[in-house]
Design a protein around this ligand. Sequence first.
Ligand SMILES: CC(=O)N[C@H](C=O)[C@@H](O)[C@H](O)[C@H](O)COP(=O)(O)O
Length: 255
Amino acid sequence: MNIDRKKALLDQMRGGLIVSCQTQPGDVIHDGTNTVVLMAKAAEWAGAVGIRSNSPEQVKAIHEAVNLPIIGLHKIKYDCLDDVIMTPTIEHAIALWEAGARIIALDSTQMLNHIGKPRCDLIPIIKKELPEAIIFADIDTYDNALHAIELGADIVAPTMCGYTKATEGIEPPDLREFARMCRDFKGRAEVIMEGHIYTPEDAMKAIYLGAHSVVVGSAITRPQLITKRFVDLLGGLQDNWRDAEKTWTGITTNA
Ligand SMILES: CC(=O)N[C@H](C=O)[C@@H](O)[C@H](O)[C@H](O)COP(=O)(O)O
């Protein structure tokens, strides 16, 4: 992809919804690639402009089934680290590209990787080894977004906000910081909203603030979490109801 083709692909997705279709071993709905392919087909049917997908296996299956650009990442857990790294090495990036992802997403924070180097250091390596790929930097803070752009990222998104030490205690989405990124990075990189978007109205707010597009995952493709949100809320009400009932019937602990 030359620069014009990259720009055309990004323009084609502008203003739209990207659906993250991911399942991992251990998820109640994980079954290899069948579920994610069905979710991606549903997203395409509904008018999404792109898919975000984890692992070359799921990227390849989705690429064969739907006609939408794919943002590929590969979550890897190393024994020496507590957390999972999204696309830690150039080999992972190449495998995603070969599976059909034209946009490669990676952890672009300054946290250290499995060999003790800042994770964002992979950006220039991808740029050199996969010059055709569009680089999607998953960042946590404004400063790390800026750093990722300086290293050559085409896209930045606050995917990691709330998941790193630097953003501990922040309740994402941090729309104020997001607006600052959209304003300051205009013309240098695309800014995509990703992480903790639960309603169409929140997605719309991000677009009004200047987002190129919006990635939504859990609110669409994790039925177990959607269900849990209902159950937890009703569970709280059930407790209140039981307490109230005890008071009405006089069966309180003090009665
Ligand atoms: C932090 C991390 O590992 N994020 C992952 C990135 O691919 C996914 O698990 C998220 O679902 C995705 O970012 C979309 O976010 P949300 O599910 O909040 O809409």
